[in-house]
Design a protein around this ligand. Structure first.
Ligand SMILES: [Zn+2]
Length: 328
């Protein structure tokens, strides 16, 4: 399966979501923008239209004063995802995520709050129609287990992926591989990681997860050049020491070729759901799809650099001046 996410970051770049709160108000305010991005991911080869309900939970909508729009926003996001999925043959995923309400020190009471948020979001998702649920960007194994339980109670397939800024562990102290094993044992159909890490620092963990679990495995890295010294996009710093996250990350972006190579590597490792998270965009997804051997609708406009007038196969004599290297 080829996944495509990064809706929130991409729509922020396009001017429809406010960086900081990152609440997807765009779903109600500019539904055509959401529809168009779904369509672009679909044309790029995405097998799943993920409803843009990331951060569309009660806790987050409260922070921007739109708690009353909660149900309308969720339903609209699901309708738009369904509508575009039918333009191709994509599946539709409901989406729930980290809530910022979970507190391991106050586990019982906070779990009740989290559970109620997941239950209301997923009741609307079931109502509007979904094929499975993605519970993503889980900093805590404990919180992801609540999500899994709610999904399973609804009888739906569950993809649960962890994300944490800690090097080897979730925020509640579980090694990623152990945490994925626990999720698989408790009935998650697909387990893995999303967000935070670029391909270079996510795949080594995913490789260990793949060796351990017998369920399907998902990888949805961010398309940024993380490395062992700066393993997450939150830790990326420029040469002058400024933090790049979250809105000055461009110098660290992977090229489409690097994302294509990541997709091939993930496939070779036995990853079943190969996707992309924050920073993802349609050109990456198309490059990944093509690297996996597919021809997708957007392949009609894939690069043909041999036709470029300056660097193509046939450069006219009068055009050769454009390639003279700059020597000052
Ligand atoms: Zn992300």
């Amino acid at each position: 399966m080829l996944g495509a996410e990064g809706y929130v970051f991409e729509l922020e770049r396009r001017g429809y979501i406010k960086a900081g709160p990152y609440v997807p108000e765009v779903v109600l305010d500019f539904p055509d923008a959401v529809r168009e991005l779904h369509r672009e991911f679909l044309r790029a080869g995405a097998d799943v239209m993920v409803a843009l309900t990331y951060y569309a939970h009660r806790e987050k909508l409260k922070t921007v004063g739109r708690e009353n729009d909660l149900e309308a926003l969720n339903r609209q996001a699901l309708r738009v995802a369904n509508e575009v999925a039918r333009e191709g043959d994509a599946l539709v995923a409901g989406d729930i995520c980290n809530t910022w309400a979970y507190d391991p020190k106050n586990k019982e009471a906070s779990s009740r709050v989290v559970r109620a948020m997941y239950e209301e979001q997923l009741s609307w998702a079931v109502d509007e129609g979904i094929d499975f649920v993605i519970a993503e960007t889980n900093d805590y194994l404990g919180e992801s287990l609540i999500a899994l339980q709610v999904i399973k109670e609804l009888g739906l397939p569950a993809m649960v992926t962890l994300a944490s800024t800690r090097p080897q562990q979730t925020w509640d102290g579980y090694d990623y591989v152990d945490a994925c094993q626990i999720l698989a044992d408790k009935g998650a159909d697909i387990v893995g990681l999303n967000c935070d890490r670029g391909p270079a620092t996510m795949l080594p963990i995913i490789e260990r997860v793949r060796r351990r679990v017998s369920s399907y495995v998902a990888a949805q890295p961010v398309p940024y050049k993380t490395d062992p010294a700066m393993p997450t996009f939150e830790s990326l710093k420029t040469a002058s020491g400024t933090r790049a996250f979250p809105i000055a990350l461009e110098p660290f972006l992977c090229t489409r070729f690097e994302m294509a190579a990541y997709a091939q590597r993930a496939k070779a490792l036995g990853v079943n759901y190969i996707g992309v998270c924050c920073g993802g965009a349609p050109h990456y997804v198309r490059a990944m799809a093509e690297a996996l051997g597919r021809t997708v609708p957007a392949s009609r406009y894939s690069p043909a650099i041999e036709l470029h007038p300056m660097i193509g196969a046939h450069v006219e004599e009068k055009e050769k001046q454009f390639l003279v290297d700059w020597k000052g």
